[in-house]
Design a protein around this ligand. Sequence first.
Ligand SMILES: Nc1ncnc2c1ncn2[C@@H]1O[C@H](COP(=O)(O)OS(=O)(=O)O)[C@@H](OP(=O)(O)O)[C@H]1O
Ligand SMILES: Nc1ncnc2c1ncn2[C@@H]1O[C@H](COP(=O)(O)OP(=O)(O)O)[C@@H](O)[C@H]1O
Length: 154
Amino acid sequence: MFLKVLIMGLPGAGRTSLARALSQRLDAVYFNGDEFRANIARGLGLSLEDQVEQARRIGWLCNCVSEAGGAAVADLVCPTEETRAAVQPDFLIWVDRVEPDQDEDAVALFTPPAQYDLRVPGDGSLEVWADNIGALLPQRDRNKRRWDSWRTPG
Ligand SMILES: Nc1ncnc2c1ncn2[C@@H]1O[C@H](COP(=O)(O)OS(=O)(=O)O)[C@@H](OP(=O)(O)O)[C@H]1O
Ligand SMILES: Nc1ncnc2c1ncn2[C@@H]1O[C@H](COP(=O)(O)OP(=O)(O)O)[C@@H](O)[C@H]1O
């Protein structure tokens, strides 16, 4: 399967839990934002410019996987439209859950996505969501991208 999936949402929303479960079901290569920062994006911080650069690097690696015929799942906060556009996903999943003790600054910086393929609400089991999404995605036609009109920030 050729596919590039972005799972985004506020810190603590449940992105990583969903991404791990989904990538197992899709047999996908999984890029976790925290691990990526600790390795490939060492030195990048949390300024908007650095978050866009982090997103661009993960997006590029996902492209490599998908060009080789594989599925790639990335999980990132991606708090703005610019960061989402830098990933250029084929399929965007928004984990729409706010932790009870969520940092107010993170909420203030976060712009809910104007476009997404699937919104995962805070209730419900992420394992069940992963089952359902894992069954849905392989049917998706990669050529019918909704994100072609997105500009790569530059
Ligand atoms: N705005 C804001 N405020 C406070 N903390 C923040 C913010 N954005 C990112 N983070 C923290 O950075 C962790 C990794 O972020 P990511 O690399 O996954 O995403 S991104 O680059 O921010 O899109 C992320 O960790 P996790 O959510 O636990 O993965 C957060 O702890
Ligand atoms: N839907 C949910 N309901 C309750 N707790 C959740 C839910 N999703 C995730 N959690 C918990 O919240 C914490 C953060 O989850 P995680 O997947 O690491 O989030 P993120 O990657 O978005 O920071 C974990 O302890 C996880 O078990």
